[in-house]
Design a protein around this ligand. Structure first.
Ligand code: HEM
Length: 328
């Protein structure tokens, strides 16, 4: 009897595994067979290189795009979908997705790949490759990423706003999200936050710290002489400021010195000083050159692997990264 139960459990387990699920892995598109597109990664890289040669800021955009894709649902290209009559509120429309950029780079890579090997490379993978390449071009930090992800068929602004962290989050809320909800570690949280060493923010994302009074967690001089000047109260246009006021275009560990100096624009960045564990990491990255870079190359692949879709019943290879295939 015991054996029969055991056999039956094995059967149930086997039956529940989708037999045609894709196996994601390194160099996925180099394999022979239907998923072959051996130049996929190099094609994406040349597109990213061209884009960053014109505007390095796009590199910051691609890294943030990856984070926002992977945290909502999973790394499934859902952030890339445009609004349509069937889905008027995709992730792009979420408040927490303000300022997303880099979409044209993904479009260009997709269009070259569709000419080279149609219907093979997913948008989710293109984004993962593009963010990896941006990191390497900006800083020389190299890391490998697996591929074989499928693209989602859904994208929801309200889900994005529920999950993506606003800049008003405190450390406890950030830890709850990164560790309890996403299965990352406190170290990943501190390491990945270091991406705020490049790129920019809209004033509206942090003016609550400048007016009517300067938030005491912000350096007063920095707030008065830099931020209030760049973001006047009640300005007609929502301006942008650099996230790192010291080395704005360098993907380096400067962010951690800025955190210690109370010179980061978001409250969430400051909040990393509020526990011994996170503060110690901030101090370590600020004072030991090269350590953050090494750890960033470990946390980025982890981010890139969150909740990927491998079952063809749940995902697809989109023809265009901006629309699901059934739209055509
Ligand atoms: C820890 C919680 C985080 C919060 C609360 C947060 C919040 C924000 C906000 C509010 C902006 C500016 C948006 C705007 O006003 O235009 C921003 C920009 C940015 N974030 Fe984060 N972020 C977080 C984590 C991350 C992570 C994990 C990454 C990547 C690994 C990342 C990468 C970036 C980059 C590169 C930019 C600049 C984008 C550009 O210049 O286009 N952030 N973030």
């Amino acid at each position: 009897m015991k054996n029969k139960v055991l056999l039956f459990s094995f059967f149930l387990l086997y039956a529940s595994i989708p037999t045609n699920a894709r196996e994601i892995g390194l160099g996925y598109y180099k394999h022979k067979g239907t998923c072959s597109c051996s130049d996929a990664e190099s094609i994406v890289k040349s597109v990213v290189e061209e884009a960053l040669n014109k505007d390095r800021g796009v590199g910051a955009g691609l890294i943030r795009l990856l984070f926002h894709d992977c945290f909502v649902g999973g790394c499934d290209g859902s952030v890339l979908l445009d609004e349509s009559d069937r889905n008027p509120y995709p992730e792009k429309k979420a408040r927490n997705n303000i300022g997303l950029r880099g979409f044209e780079v993904i479009d260009e890579a997709k269009s070259r790949l569709e000419k080279h090997c149609p219907g093979v490379v997913s948008c989710a993978d293109i984004l993962v490759f593009a963010a990896r390449d941006a990191v390497e071009i900006l800083n020389g930090i190299g890391y490998s990423v697996t591929a074989g992800r499928l693209d989602s068929k859904v994208s929801s602004a309200s889900e994005a706003d529920q999950i993506l962290p606003p800049p008003t989050f405190d450390r406890q809320q950030l830890e709850d999200l990164f560790v309890n909800k996403k299965g990352l570690t406190v170290e990943d949280l501190v390491v990945l936050s270091g991406a705020h060493t490049i790129g920019r923010s809209h004033c509206s994302s942090f003016t609550n710290r400048l007016y009517p009074d300067i938030d005491p967690t912000l350096d007063e001089d920095f707030a008065n002489k830099t931020l209030r000047k760049q973001c006047p109260e009640n300005a007609y246009v929502d301006g942008v400021v650099n996230l790192d006021h010291v080395t704005e275009n360098a993907l380096d560990g400067q962010y951690y010195t800025n955190v210690l100096d109370l010179k980061t624009v978001f409250f969430s960045d400051w909040s990393l000083l509020t526990s011994q564990e996170t503060r110690d990491l901030v101090v370590e990255y600020a004072t030991k050159p090269g350590v953050w870079e090494k750890d960033f190359a470990v946390s980025m692949p982890k981010l890139s692997n969150l909740n990927v879709i491998t079952n063809p019943a749940e995902g697809e290879i989109r023809k265009s990264c901006r629309a699901v295939n059934s739209y055509y």
